[in-house]
Design a protein around this ligand. Structure first.
Ligand code: SF4
Ligand code: SF4
Length: 320
């Protein structure tokens, strides 16, 4: 969650027509900006297990980059190479993998990367645990997923450097990239009203990591899951957000029309109540992978009428 909160906070600083690249502040620095009282609450809510996941992520910040093998493996052909790299990411544990071209606007202000592509990795959080959000369990689950992703991207980047190509890992505690736009471009899912990525299989119950590289890979296409239309009809996350951080209407942000979540309001609740996650918990796309929900998702992707019916059915079955 910290990654998304950071992105939301940074989104607040952006204005249309202004700098396309934005300053980087770590989640810890962001929380410090809330003052000592809030910071103490944030620390208090950290369970021993989630603390160890956070510490492991911090340790992996040292491992995101390294020397590149001077003997470069020749690339056979780009589609085969892309398939192998995606297969390796899945072998390491990623559930969703996609490739996009690196855009300068996805870099933080002071950072520069000599890379051309981004490999985005997604890992779901347990549905049963996220139903309890906000709780110590759900907070630990956020960090369990982030920690697993940190390990995967560090491994994948090291493997690519071993092939003789530059590569850098990006995870929640060490990243130069905005992960959500990269994942959208790589076809992992769509941006939603709550400001998070919604994937077809897991909805918003997903965490992200990435590897940037100069390996010549095949890029994926963004997907249209009908989320923009679904979110227009739904607003459940906005109704359940305890601070009103999620807006009903879209605004222009960096020349893109989107729902702009108020990151400062969100982080305030986030720091006091186990990472909050009420928006994820109540989203109609956050359902277990049963036959009924698979059929519902297919219908929602294909038909605007189905989207209208499903938002009403979700209210009726699971409450408004
Ligand atoms: S529901 Fe909680 S986590 Fe989601 S935007 Fe609102 S405050 Fe943030
Ligand atoms: S709860 Fe509804 S409005 Fe919010 S992100 Fe999910 S589908 Fe969109």
């Amino acid at each position: 969650m910290a990654r998304e909160v950071r992105e939301r906070l940074e989104g607040r600083d952006r204005q249309e027509g202004k700098a396309q690249r934005i300053p980087y502040l770590s989640p810890t620095e962001r929380v410090k900006r809330l003052g000592p009282e809030r910071e103490a609450l944030y620390q208090k809510n950290t369970t021993p297990l989630s603390s160890s996941f956070v510490r492991l992520c911090i340790m992996r910040a040292e491992l995101v980059d390294g020397p590149v093998n001077p003997t470069r493996e020749p690339v056979k052909d780009s589609p085969t190479l892309t398939g192998e790299i995606k297969g390796l990411a899945r072998y390491l544990g990623a559930d969703l993998v996609g490739v996009s071209r690196l855009q300068e606007s996805y870099l933080y202000l002071e950072n520069d990367l000599p890379h051309t592509h981004v490999i985005s990795l997604g890992l779901p959080m347990e549905h049963g645990i996220m139903k309890t959000a906000p709780s110590r369990k759900s907070y630990t689950e956020f960090w369990r997923a982030y920690n697993d992703l940190a390990e995967m991207v560090v491994h994948l980047a090291a493997h690519i450097r071993g092939m003789g190509y530059s590569a850098r890992a990006h995870h929640v505690r060490a990243g130069d990239l905005l992960l959500i736009p990269c994942a959208v471009d790589a076809g992992l899912g769509e941006l939603s009203k709550m400001g998070l990525l919604i994937t077809k299989k897991y909805g918003p119950r997903i965490r992200l990591g990435a590897v940037s590289t100069d390996l010549p890979l095949e890029v994926d296409r963004p997907v249209d899951l009908g989320i923009q239309d679904f979110c227009e009809k739904c607003s459940k996350c906005a109704r359940h957000c305890p601070t009103g951080a999620i807006p009903e209407k879209k605004t222009w942000v960096r020349s893109v029309r989107k729902w702009q979540v108020d990151g400062e309001r969100c982080v305030e609740t986030f720091s006091k109540s186990f990472g909050c996650g009420m928006c994820i918990r109540h989203c109609p796309w956050n359902k277990p992978d049963t036959l009924l929900h698979r059929i519902s998702r297919e219908a929602a992707v294909r038909s605007t009428t189905a989207r209208s019916l499903l938002t009403k059915a979700d209210d009726w079955l699971y409450g408004k």
